[in-house]
Design a protein around this ligand. Structure first.
Ligand code: NDP
Length: 439
């Protein structure tokens, strides 16, 4: 039942999952008897709170804070915090819902949660970011803990924000524990966590392609976004011999025929924190197109011919027209670094065309999986090497691919990883809910 008009993204995510589950529900009546669908779409707990903070002019600012603790059948709630003006209860609910199945697919003991704020970090001073993070944590701290709910980063929340929030949690809770992941390597972080979502999305593409006798080597790829996921997608693409030729932000895109200059991109985005349009000042042969210059009704990134595409910015950034452009230009592989970046009609087209299509909840699960590896290192007080964590990440992405593709085959649609990921992710959570009783 759709009773809240403001939950558009949540209904979109729920509809996709529920449609995929039809064959499972028919084959196994126990899920209907236990009313698992009715139970799983309701969050176990939703927390909404006010965040007051002082800007640099001494003016009081007020934002909304959210944390959704959606499902704890498989472990402590786990999922990122997003700081972006577009954040509302519906967006957090969609992200939390997706997180349940994604976390299940990793094979690790983590439940689903998500949170954030409508705070806009863009243009804020470092002091303003710190004061906001402290104000946000001054309420959130009472709801989270290393064994109850362990947030991480997402859009607008990286290492700097995690640091400020961790400092405030430690002070208020009087505990030094692994309550957040994505921490600095100097005080409890895990190697590869920063890189994990992007690396994981590329590993996922590699495994999908391997099954069809293909590789990424020497192939042109398009990437959207220029944040954490995009940067490390580009890095891993280079490591596998591919040529990433685009990246973007909310103002426009870069097309660099020679391949994106990764060191420059990191400097602009991670150090200088400036807009992507600056890229062409350093690489005059690259082309910058502002969004007003994109072909009408499309995202310019997907009009560039490529072998594989890595949507890595935000939800619904790739529509039917973009999907048609990609296929017409010969794209055979989509691996989603972002959460729900493709609109439902675009997803349908990818599935029907039987290209390699890795939906976000499978392809971008490397981030949360490595967060769990950070929790494991924190709990055991042992630090693993970069190579150890990277090897575990690659193995987890392989397991997710195998789980989604064998489940898809079990239900008669071997190339449909949307079906396979949704059923495989759901089944484990549903069985745990049944075994744990009506709680
Ligand atoms: P970042 O904040 O580091 O980067 C986000 C990038 O996407 C920026 O380039 C940003 O541009 C762009 N972007 C954001 N919103 C919009 C928009 N409305 N229109 C156009 N561009 C936009 O975030 P992440 O890289 O961490 O996250 C990207 C995606 O990956 C999200 O969907 C997130 O949920 C998903 N994800 C992230 C994980 C992680 O570990 N970080 C894990 C799993 C999924 P601008 O600077 O102009 O806003």
């Amino acid at each position: 039942k759709r009773t809240s008009p403001s939950q558009t993204e949540f209904y979109q995510a729920a509809q996709e999952v529920l449609e995929s589950l039809r064959p499972l529900m028919i084959k196994y009546p126990k899920y209907r008897q236990h009313k698992i669908i009715e139970r799983i779409v309701e969050p176990e707990r939703q927390i909404l709170f006010r965040v007051n903070w002082l800007d640099d002019n001494g003016v009081i600012q007020v934002n909304k804070g959210f944390r959704i603790e959606f499902n704890s059948a498989l472990g402590p709630y786990k999922g990122g915090l997003r700081f972006h003006p577009s954040v509302n209860a519906g967006v957090i609910k969609f992200l939390g819902f997706e997180q349940i199945f994604k976390n299940s697919l990793t094979g690790l003991q983590i439940g689903g949660g998500k949170g954030g704020s409508d705070f806009n970090p863009k243009g804020k001073s470092d002091n303003e970011i710190m004061r906001f993070c402290q104000a946000f944590m001054s309420e959130l701290f009472r709801h989270i803990g290393a064994n109850t709910d362990v947030p991480a980063g997402d859009i607008g929340v990286g290492g700097r924000e995690i640091g400020y929030m961790f400092g405030m949690y430690k002070k208020l809770a009087n505990k030094y524990e692994g309550v957040l992941t994505g921490k600095s390597l100097k005080w409890g972080g895990s190697l590869v966590r920063t890189e994990a979502t992007g690396y994981g999305a590329v590993y996922f593409a590699k495994y999908m392609l391997e099954d069809r006798g293909e590789t990424l080597e020497g192939k042109r790829c398009v990437v959207s976004g220029s944040g954490n996921v995009s940067i490390y997608t580009i890095e891993k693409l280079y490591q596998l011999g591919a040529i990433p030729v685009t990246c973007s932000d909310s103002n426009g895109m870069i097309y660099d025929e020679a391949g994106i200059d990764l060191e420059l991109l990191k400097d602009l985005k991670e150090v200088k924190r400036v807009r992507l349009s600056e890229y062409v000042k350093y690489v005059p042969t690259a082309k910058y197109t502002p969004i007003e210059g994109y072909p009408e009704g499309t995202n310019g990134v997907y009009a560039i011919p490529c072998f594989a595409a890595f949507p890595s910015a935000t939800q619904n950034e790739l529509n039917l027209a973009d999907a048609k452009n990609l296929l017409a230009n010969g794209c055979v592989c989509i691996s989603e670094g972002a959460n729900m970046p493709s609109t439902p009609d675009a997803v349908d087209l990818f599935v029907e065309s039987k290209i390699c299509y890795g939906p976000g909840k499978a392809a971008n699960a490397g981030g949360v999986a490595t967060s769990q590896l950070e929790m494991a290192q924190n709990a055991s007080m042992v630090n693993w090497t970069f190579e150890e964590v990277d090897a575990k990440l690659a193995q987890i992405m392989k397991n997710i691919y195998v789980s989604a593709s064998t489940t898809a085959a079990e239900f008669g649609e071997p190339t449909n990883l949307v079906l396979g990921a949704n059923i495989a992710g759901f089944r484990k959570v549903a069985d745990a809910m049944i075994e744990q009783g009506l709680v």
